[in-house]
Design a binder for this molecule. Structure first.
Ligand code: MSP
Length: 540
């Protein structure tokens, strides 16, 4: 079932600082983006999914120095942990941008040269506060004080540095864009989601914007600016441009690139979604669109600022020592269940408390007892009553048409697609799980074990088993973006081909897609039950 691509669909995760290995927080954004990438591919879009590593700036330079390594060596050593984590989690990214790559330096230099040429940059001196951990400038009025009375960062509570005057920086005329930004938020409310983030940004921009220092000359771990080689780009003035690099901006002839990705940037820009955490929405909803406006480029359709994962009420982070490794959870639950839990139990956009108890509870209820059990039950019955072959549903249409499962399946695409277009993962999963629950009930009510005892009920038995298997096929299809391995396995057990080769999920999900006569395999339980008492890792 192949058809011409519907068009392009481009999404990004943040590019992650390489001061630490990936943890549950960074994996969370990345999994969310992956669900969307997989779904939109199954919808027929030509998807670009950009992720990568943010390697420049003071924070990374400091970590490298602490480790006694050059910054470049340190960054190089972090590529494998990131790529390995994403491979383990089945992340289907299409480009992995490292900001130390020559192609990215070309993007950064081309971009800022353009803004320089257009008159959006000027030289000045910045006097104020900077937090290296957040790589952010703060006004004194934003700062907090610690117990000793010293100024600390309002976000991470670490001491801030005073940047003294005398250092000349290049400034971007961010303040010129206040009206245009407010007009954008007004005209395109979907530009910032969810609504709470939008309100924060509107009030922040309404209160006035200051110009932004975008270069440093007392520090050299960054991309030198082409119009003033003694200055390197401020880490955010470098990192945001990775979104352009990831879809071929630097490879276009326009930026002096080799041209092997010629035309790609034009096809893929603007993007559909930038997925970011709520701590970095300002950079993505204020600075980034202003940079693009200055460059004459359209902005993304939506910046989605999701919430934080909390353990015992606190944001998880490496520095607090409460950051669990994704690999630990994958060992216990398996990759698919890991992905499923974070996408279904934490409402995307809100903060969500996670705990081992809750994870086990969701795993047992939704995966072991509902989805996994349904697959085992129905494939076992197919083996028992039909020699493990999909039965032919009776020609007598009443048995197949007038069936509650078909009605639910017919209505499911719209609900599921609407939820996923809005990245309401919880709602998408709930709609599918409702069907799984209904199939279990249907089997219970129809009692195939009784029908099997009565020869006159053979047609009815075939209809019940066919309907249940067909509903299982549709559930596997819709859960595929969330749990790619399980769905691929269910497809295999039903004698079907590669679920990810489909490019028209709506058509594939239409009732009746399962061919009678296919060999069905029973296999091991997809999700063996877990006992929380037997799990030794503490989530704190
Ligand atoms: N390098 C910048 C992003 C540049 S994008 C052009 C950066 N990197 S980061 O490594 O700090 O990654 C942060 C991302 O992970 C953010 O989106 C942040 O919100 C997310 N998370 C970090 N801890 C988190 C939780 N505990 N929960 C959910 N997400 C969190 O910022």
């Amino acid at each position: 079932m192949t058809s011409a691509p519907k068009g392009t669909y481009s999404i990004t995760t943040p590019i992650y600082y390489v001061n630490a290995a990936p943890h549950l927080g960074t994996a969370y954004t990345t999994i969310a983006a992956d669900v969307v990438a997989r779904y939109q591919r199954m919808n027929g879009y030509d998807v670009a999914f950009v992720t990568g590593m943010d390697e420049h700036g003071q924070k990374v330079a400091d970590v490298a120095a602490d480790k006694g390594m050059t910054a470049q060596d340190w960054c190089d050593s972090m590529e494998a942990p990131f790529r390995d984590a994403w491979e383990m989690l089945d992340i289907s990214y299409t480009d992995f941008v490292r900001t130390t790559e020559p192609r990215h330096a070309r993007s950064v230099r081309t971009f800022w040269q353009d803004l320089y040429d257009k008159g959006y940059l000027y030289k000045g001196s910045y006097e104020g506060w900077y937090c290296v951990h957040e790589e952010t400038y703060y006004a004194e009025s934003d700062l907090e004080k610690n117990e000793e009375g010293a100024f600390v960062c309002p976000d991470c509570k670490r001491p801030v540095q005073l940047m003294a005057s005398g250092e000349e920086n290049w400034f971007f005329k961010l303040s010129d864009f206040q009206d245009e930004l407010l007009a954008l938020y007004e005209k395109r409310p979907e530009f910032i989601r969810p609504e709470t983030r939008r309100n924060e940004i509107v009030s922040f921009v309404s209160s006035g914007l200051k110009d932004l220092s975008i270069s440093r000359s007392t520090f050299d771990w960054g991309v030198p600016l082409p119009f003033d080689e003694g200055h390197v780009a401020y880490v955010w003035a470098d990192a945001l441009i990775a979104y352009l690099t990831g879809i071929g901006y630097a490879d276009d002839a326009a930026s002096g690139g080799p041209g092997e990705r010629a035309g790609e940037f034009e096809r893929r820009w603007p993007m559909q979604y930038h997925f970011v955490g709520k701590d970095i929405t300002r950079f993505h909803c204020v600075i980034w669109p202003a940079m693009l406006m200055a460059a004459g480029l359209p902005v993304a359709h939506t910046v989605f600022g999701h919430g934080f994962l909390l353990t015992k009420g606190e944001k998880m982070s490496k520095s607090k020592g409460n950051a669990l490794r994704p690999a630990d959870l994958c060992d216990i639950f398996g990759v698919d269940a890991y992905r499923y839990y974070f996408m279904s139990d934490v409402q995307f956009g809100a903060d969500g408390s996670i705990s081992m108890e809750r994870m086990v509870q969701v795993y047992n209820a939704d995966l072991a007892n509902t989805w996994g059990n349904l697959v085992s039950r129905v494939t076992n019955m197919t083996k028992k009553y039909f020699d493990a072959v999909v039965p032919v549903p009776p020609a007598d249409a009443a048995a197949t048409r007038d069936n509650p499962l078909r009605e639910m399946v017919d209505a499911l695409y719209v609900a599921y697609d609407e939820a996923l277009a809005l990245v309401d993962f919880t709602a998408a999963v709930a709609a599918v799980q409702k069907l799984a629950g209904r199939v279990n009930l249907y089997v219970e009510d129809a009692a195939p074990w009784n029908l099997a005892k009565d020869e006159t009920k053979a047609g009815e038995l075939a209809a019940v088993i066919y309907n249940a298997l067909e509903a299982i096929r549709v559930i596997a299809l819709y859960l595929a973006p969330f749990m790619p391995n399980t769905s691929a396995e269910v497809y295999r057990r039903l004698g079907l081909g590669d679920v990810f080769a489909l490019d028209d999920i709506e058509r594939a999900a239409q009732w009746g897609g399962l061919p009678a006569g296919n060999a069905v395999e029973v296999g091991d339980p997809l999700f063996p039950r877990l006992d929380v008492e037997a799990i030794s890792i503490e989530m704190e």
